[in-house]
Design a protein around this ligand. Structure first.
Ligand SMILES: Nc1ncnc2c1ncn2[C@@H]1O[C@H](COP(=O)(O)OP(=O)(O)OP(=O)(O)O)[C@@H](O)[C@H]1O
Ligand SMILES: [Mg+2]
Length: 175
């Protein structure tokens, strides 16, 4: 074996971006042939006790159905008022039957300071249900989700949804 080349420099520590190893503990594929199927799925999820402190990431292109799913989920949980898309506000908070719910949309998120200024850190640290659209836009700030929904448009109204559980709580929600 040839001798190891001499190190030209002292080894040094370099800053590397934080790599998030996101273990996927389980997956399930569901089909939403139309929006009614999306609503039925949301209703089923809303009945699960494990949802109360869960963090769900919603993935899918523009118009995939992320906000629509959240609306059906919030209605099923008992939210009665208007459910706005939080695209401009980043977060819309709700409170129903003692359950705090935060609906995030990070589509326009590009400033880490906003994370502190808008109190997003506190919202994520607090108990309750968290739902995030476009989480990849704030990936460095966000914790590992319990469950990811990857929504793909089949054609027309059809949606294929891959569920990925990343925590035991997420696995519980997969069942
Ligand atoms: N099977 C389905 N499930 C969910 N939504 C559906 C379905 N079929 C049709 N739709 C429609 O698709 C649209 C989805 O829009 P929505 O605002 O929910 O998308 P989005 O993923 O939140 O997009 P954005 O990235 O812009 O926030 C709605 O008009 C909804 O009625
Ligand atoms: Mg949306």
């Amino acid at each position: 074996m040839p001798p190891r080349p001499q190190l030209l420099h002292e080894p040094r520590t370099v800053e590397v971006p934080r790599i998030r190893h996101a273990p996927i503990l389980g997956t399930r594929i569901v089909a939403w042939p139309d929006e009614t199927a999306c609503a039925t799925f949301a209703k089923g999820l809303a009945s699960r006790p494990a949802l109360r402190d869960a963090y769900l990431e919603l993935h899918g292109g523009l118009g995939a159905g992320k906000t629509t799913f959240v609306r059906h989920l919030l209605r099923a949980l008992g939210v009665t008022g208007r459910i706005k898309s939080p695209t401009y506000a980043v977060v819309e908070p709700y409170e129903v039957d003692g359950l705090a719910i935060s609906h995030f949309d990070f589509y326009r998120f590009d400033d880490a300071r906003e994370w502190e200024d808008a109190g997003l850190r506190e919202l994520f640290a607090a108990p309750g249900l968290k739902l995030a659209e476009w989480p990849q836009q704030a990936a460095a700030m966000l914790p590992l989700p319990d469950l990811r929904l990857l929504i793909e448009v089949d054609d027309g109204e059809g949606r294929r949804v891959e569920l990925q559980a990343c925590t035991p709580r997420g696995l519980e929600l997969l069942r």
